[in-house]
Ligand binder design. Structure first.
Ligand SMILES: Cc1cc2nc3c(=O)[nH]c(=O)nc-3n(C[C@H](O)[C@H](O)[C@H](O)COP(=O)(O)OP(=O)(O)OC[C@H]3O[C@@H](n4cnc5c(N)ncnc54)[C@H](O)[C@@H]3O)c2cc1C
Length: 283
């Protein structure tokens, strides 16, 4: 359950639009620190490669040294997940996103609640190294190529695009912020061709080739489950909404508990759905 300070319920305030009182906003830094404190024993390392070995998987660092051997592995590493399971041909793309940090305005006060208008603007929240700032988001730029660091640079064009979008609902505030310093953060989202997450066992293209085609809303995770390799990635721009439910499905699958998702729901999340689709089309 989310409690203060992660979730602040919105107050009331006179403003055009709909005020949804149970709504709120999340602080990724606060959530990350709580999850970390509840993890117990944990280890942080960059995993360069994954090898099937014995009855499980070996995670290796860049020198090829073993980091860990585990019976089951969940690839929950964003865009890098596709690289670690090449046999599954997971079609993931990068969408660059940028958010702007804006100082509180004394002359044009805003209601103490997040505003959404296609984009979003939060009330002032603690931002590392910047104090209390409004967060305005976000841009969406599809990237053909996301290796290297070129996507990290903050773009003033993107910043102005977000202010243009804000100007439709809060013109005075957008105008007041035009001349303030453009700053913020950039990141990469992992997206899929149908904008739905990839969740479930990783099945290789060869395993799918060996089977007869099946209808779109049918899926069988029993074969993939035995491989001990799972994925939860491709969460796109909605990861904070979808991740808790995705995680519940995956944990139930791995523990052999009843799944909180019917077959049609599993089929539309199945990481192998793109290969199955190709097979149905005779590709
Ligand atoms: C600008 C921007 C604004 C956004 N706004 C929202 C929003 O308002 N609401 C919302 O719900 N979502 C939002 N999102 C999307 C959200 O951030 C993602 O959906 C979410 O972070 C996906 O979580 P993830 O754990 O799958 O991947 P990530 O958050 O990308 O995490 C993957 C992790 O794996 C690590 N990793 C990668 N490769 C390796 C490796 N080989 N070895 C070890 N570790 C590795 C990375 O360092 C990273 O820590 C936004 C994204 C961006 C970029």
């Amino acid at each position: 359950m989310l409690t203060e300070p992660i979730l602040k319920t919105t107050g009331s305030g006179a403003h055009d639009g709909t005020i949804w009182k149970p709504g709120g906003y999340v602080s990724p830094a606060a959530i990350a620190s709580i999850i970390k404190s509840e993890l117990g024993e944990s280890q942080t390392a960059y995993v360069a490669s994954l090898q099937r070995s014995g009855n499980g998987w070996t995670l290796q660092d860049e020198k090829g040294d073993e980091i860990l051997h585990a019976e089951a592995v969940i690839l929950a590493n964003g865009l890098d997940a596709a690289r670690m399971a090449p046999e599954a041909s997971l079609p993931m793309r990068a969408s660059r996103g940028q958010i702007s940090f804006l100082p509180p305005l004394t002359r044009h006060p805003l209601p103490d609640l997040p505003i959404t208008f296609g984009g979003y603007l939060t009330p002032p929240v603690p931002v590392t190294d910047h104090g209390e700032m409004h967060v305005l988001g976000a841009t969406f730029d599809d990237l053909e190529e996301h290796t290297g660091d070129h996507w990290r640079a903050f773009s003033t064009t993107g910043h102005q695009e977000c202010l243009n979008s804000l100007a439709r609902v809060q013109p005075e505030q957008a105008a007041a912020w035009r001349d303030s310093r453009a700053m913020g953060r950039t990141g990469l989202r992992a997206t899929t061709p149908d904008f739905l997450p990839m969740l479930g066992p990783v099945t290789s293209e060869n395993q799918i080739d060996a089977q007869a085609p099946k209808p779109a809303l049918e899926t069988d995770w029993s074969a993939g489950k035995t491989s001990g390799l799972f994925i939860m990635a491709g969460l796109g721009s909605l990861g904070f909404q979808s991740a808790p439910y995705m995680a519940e499905i995956l944990v139930a699958l791995m523990a052999g508990a009843p799944l909180p998702a019917d077959e049609a729901c599993r089929a539309i999340l199945d990481p192998a759905r793109f290969c199955w689709r190709g097979k149905r089309r005779g590709e």
